[in-house]
Design a protein around this ligand. Structure first.
Ligand SMILES: [Mn+2]
Length: 327
């Protein structure tokens, strides 16, 4: 494939990582809790790459992946219970160990060597071998480079997973991390036969009617103050709808308000804690705010989980956001 061979590769996996991957027979790959398109796309793509190398990877995630990603090849192979004897752990798209959820507490997994592959600038370097590329638009972009380094040919299935990661983390090629190189990678992935328009539609636009109804209820609570647009997603709203779904994509939608530099959605969790999801206009840094509350992410898209109740959490987090905007 001429496009692939002409591609500059600024992101190279460390030699130590390649050695550990080559030596492993049955690696355990973990995507982060509350997984998104990049976590699941990277998990499935990396799994296929290792499978092509003759390995027997186990693909795990504590939380059930979004149904909107069920079109991805081998989606059904993702488990939340690890029964197999694995010999290496590879964390994907996860900025800290807590993001691996209870998968990391199962069996003797904690005693195994841990490789971290991630693009979050807030990554805590929690592995024995850390490959972190904050300039990568998605972990999927790094997995593309990993395939090159391991000399695995990217087939349509792998390409579909990688495109899903790139399309979702760039919100359809709209983030500043969407470089000309990203578009060349996308082009190469399309050359394998992967169907970009369908992937973009399924991964970005397709949503359940319940989710749209939840958006409606949450949008009814919005406030705009000092450049911050904020909405609540309460337990009550979701119990009324009969399903405890997350208000996926709402913060990005709210950031469309020209009165806001930052959007935040407060989601009340069943354990009374509050999940905060931040989106920001270029020039802002919500990763720093998220990090201050024990979370993480990117400058323009980040999140954290804080103690409730909702009113107190909202007040504390908004004060920090106003402060960050004044800087
Ligand atoms: Mn990502």
């Amino acid at each position: 494939m001429s496009l692939l061979s002409a591609m500059p590769a600024p992101f190279s996996p460390p030699a130590d990582l390649l050695d550990r991957v080559r030596m492993s027979r049955r690696p355990l790959l973990i995507a982060h809790i509350s997984p998104d398109g990049d976590a699941i796309g990277s998990l499935l793509a990396a799994g296929s790459i290792l499978y092509h190398l003759g390995k027997d990877p186990v693909l795990a995630c504590q939380d059930t992946p979004p149904a909107s990603l069920s079109f991805l090849p081998r989606y059904d192979r993702i488990t939340n219970q690890v029964h197999e004897e694995v010999d290496l752990v590879i964390a994907l798209d996860s900025s800290d160990r807590e993001r691996l959820g209870n998968i990391y507490d199962q069996g003797r997994i904690r005693s195994l060597p841990l490789v971290v592959i991630d693009h979050h600038i807030t990554n805590t370097l929690f592995g024995d071998c850390n490959w972190i590329e904050p300039r990568a638009c998605a972990t999927a972009e790094m997995i593309f480079d990993l395939a090159q380094a391991l000399e695995v040919t990217i087939d349509t299935q792998i390409a579909t997973c990688l495109l899903t990661g790139i399309v979702t983390d760039t919100r359809g090629f709209r983030t500043s991390s969407t470089t000309p190189r990203v578009m060349r990678i996308v082009s190469a992935l399309m050359e394998t036969g992967a169907d970009l328009p369908t992937i973009a539609d399924l991964a970005l636009e397709a949503r359940s009617t319940e989710l749209i109804q939840l958006w409606g209820r949450a949008i009814a609570t919005i406030t705009v103050h000092q450049g911050v647009i904020s909405a609540d997603n309460t337990l009550e709203m979701r119990v009324d709808l009969g399903r405890l779904i997350r208000a996926e994509g709402l913060a990005s939608f709210l950031l469309g308000s020209r009165d806001a530099q930052i959007a935040v959605v407060f989601t009340e969790l069943p354990d009374q804690r509050i999940e905060c999801s931040f989106r920001a206009q270029p020039g802002q840094d919500v990763a720093a705010v998220a990090y201050a509350f024990g979370g993480g992410g990117h400058a323009l898209a980040a999140g954290c989980t804080v103690d409730g109740p909702l009113e107190a959490a909202r007040e504390r987090v908004l004060a920090r956001l106003y402060e960050s905007l004044r800087r």
